[in-house]
Design a protein around this ligand. Structure first.
Ligand SMILES: CCCCCCCCCCCC(=O)SCCNC(=O)CCNC(=O)[C@H](O)C(C)(C)COP(=O)(O)OP(=O)(O)OC[C@H]1O[C@@H](n2cnc3c(N)ncnc32)[C@H](O)[C@@H]1OP(=O)(O)O
Length: 229
């Protein structure tokens, strides 16, 4: 069982993951195709037609998807790790066998491009926020990001397997400082990106205020705290 792996292999979850994979394939193809204008218009019409029946059955945004499992920090539409998300990689974060923290490997496609052939810096920051957040959760230190410092040492190449890692560096009251890197998988000691994030676990009063209206699919109230069993 991994930090980001969904809890059960239900038919709904399988279908959510299948649609997520199709969406990601579509986004990647749309940013890397040389198709003609006519072919692009035909594809757009087909995608709009396929979207209409989904849009006719909306889920209120304060009701969590039935396939989420907050107790295990599994959020299926999360934009970094969610298997159902069209914009997610999705990263498959696992405990780092080399020690504390979490690690994932991925090759990032053209849909994430910034400078030609390299990863967009904002995407690096997004990925680091998520990886470091999961490292905090893995240490039972869930919190919201209050600071994220990203150092771009070298550009991150697209279509090359990179290693993303994070580990807790310091704990101070409700504050957790987490550090991490993105590096080529075949040169893990040469950081392309270095990041430090501070996560603060909201006070119970603040958490109640932020998440009072949020319910699980079965109607239970959500405290906002995740990964705590
Ligand atoms: C399901 C799976 C999901 C899986 C997802 C897991 C990965 C998620 C990764 C993405 C995470 C996000 O995007 S989170 C979304 C982006 N972040 C946010 O929107 C957070 C906005 N910030 C806030 O709402 C607030 O600052 C809170 C709730 C975090 C804290 O408010 P609070 O509870 O009132 O606490 P407060 O008293 O202000 O601060 C508590 C202590 O932290 C210190 N502190 C506060 N801010 C800072 C700071 N920037 N840097 C250092 N220290 C700070 C204070 O000095 C204090 O120290 P002392 O006096 O006690 O010493």
């Amino acid at each position: 069982m991994t930090a980001t792996e969904p809890a059960t292999g239900t038919d709904l979850l399988d279908a959510v993951a299948d649609l997520g994979a199709a969406l990601r394939q579509s986004l990647e193809a749309s940013t890397s195709t040389t198709a003609s204008a006519a072919q692009l218009r035909e594809a757009a019409a087909g995608i709009r037609a396929a979207t209409a029946p989904l849009a006719a059955l909306p889920r209120p945004y304060d009701k969590l998807p039935a396939v989420d499992d907050m107790a295990r920090a599994v959020r299926v539409f999360n934009p970094v790790v969610g298997v159902g998300s069209g914009v997610a990689v999705p990263l498959d974060l696992r405990p780092d066998p080399a020690g504390g923290g979490v690690v994932a490997r991925a090759a990032l496609g053209q849909r994430y491009e910034g400078p030609p052939t390299f990863l967009h810096g904002g995407i690096s920051a997004l990925l680091m926020d998520q990886v470091l957040g999961h490292a905090a959760i893995a240490a039972n230190r869930w919190g919201m990001t209050v600071g994220l410092d990203v150092r771009y040492r070298r550009p991150v190449p697209l279509h090359v397997t990179v290693r993303l890692a994070g580990r807790v560096a310091a704990i101070d009251g409700r504050r957790t400082t987490v550090v991490g890197t993105i590096a080529a998988d075949d040169a893990p000691d040469v950081a392309l990106v270095e990041a430090t994030a501070v996560f603060v676990s909201p006070s119970p009063e603040v958490a109640a205020r932020y998440f009072a209206g949020v319910r699980t699919a079965s109607g239970e109230q959500v405290s906002g705290r995740v990964g705590t069993g």
